[in-house]
Ligand binder design. Sequence first.
Ligand code: PLP
Length: 375
Amino acid sequence: MTPGTSLLQSPVLATYARQDVTFVSGEGSWLVADTGERYLDLVAGIAVCSLGHCHPAPLAAAHEQLDRLWHTSNLYWTQPMAELAQRLSERFGGAQTFFCNSGAEAVEAGLKYARKATGKPGIVALEGSFHGRTMGALSATGQPAKREPFGPLVPGVSFATLNDVESLVGAARPDTGVIVLEPVQGEGGVNPATPEFVAAARTLADELGALLLFDEVQTGVGRTGSFFCFEQLGVRPDAVSLAKGLANGLPIGALLVSDEAAGAFVPGDHASTFGGNPVACAAACAVLDVLGDELLAGVQEKETLVRKAFPAARGRGLLLAFDVERPASEVVSAAFDRGVLVCTAGERTVRLTPPLTITAEELEQGLGVLKEVVG
Ligand code: PLP
């Protein structure tokens, strides 16, 4: 195909409003289009390629595993899966993991797990939340426009207002089996939950005999400056969903259940053919190796640079956003024309989720362009 050929007419179902560009390679914070043009990537696959594109550590680990073994089914053990589960348990402070392939699946597993563990079907979720597009995860997604075309959805979900403890308590029912929340709402506009609110959610879950499920699909794996965002909030959830950044771009999802809450699933209760894929798990182990204290501390330093450029920015770590006075898609397009990739989180919100490994110089270059574009 001639470089620069538009693929807009490709026979792909129109679930995304894709930018008219075709990327062919990536390195670090940069993507290269088929035309040879280079783009500074402040999206990173929407908080996925957190170590930058083609980081040598997960790349080598995935290559090595590809040469050795691709798949066995979960009828058997593989070393990368067991090793990743062990490392995640250590990071969490004692947890057992179910592996799947995406964020929605990880949330879905969490909702099913809570129902089995508590025997109670009710879900308390938050307005403005986003948990994925499968029927269970969508049912707990507090954005009516995303839910309404697909009803009837899973019954028994009540929605509370983020950071409003009274509303949270009001949404609870005796049959509530799970309270699910994102420590920072990502797709819903990059709105952080306050420590007071998550503490109240912890207390309420305990009173109800419900599980507290943190959806850290977007906030997890170092995105906010600690491996789990909950580490900064002074609350330990019963379960956590992870996905996006875990294997730096290879498909993976994980539901972690704390040792104290483990034991509800028995063989046959839940499954995933590709879950725990050895190549994805080998890459994820390498990601965890790289994600040490130094890199996490750097996240906070880079957050400061963004806040200096955009003092009204909200979020945590390198999950940040700011509002603009015109449609955010116009800012995205104008930045794209200047070789910088950013994305939206709502009509008038520009979201930044650059690689955690971006250099200060690269980030400042991108912020400079963005400032000019925003005006
Ligand atoms: N949960 C959260 C917090 C997310 O941000 C997302 C995706 O953006 C999902 C779940 C769904 O993940 P996936 O698209 O991998 O199914």
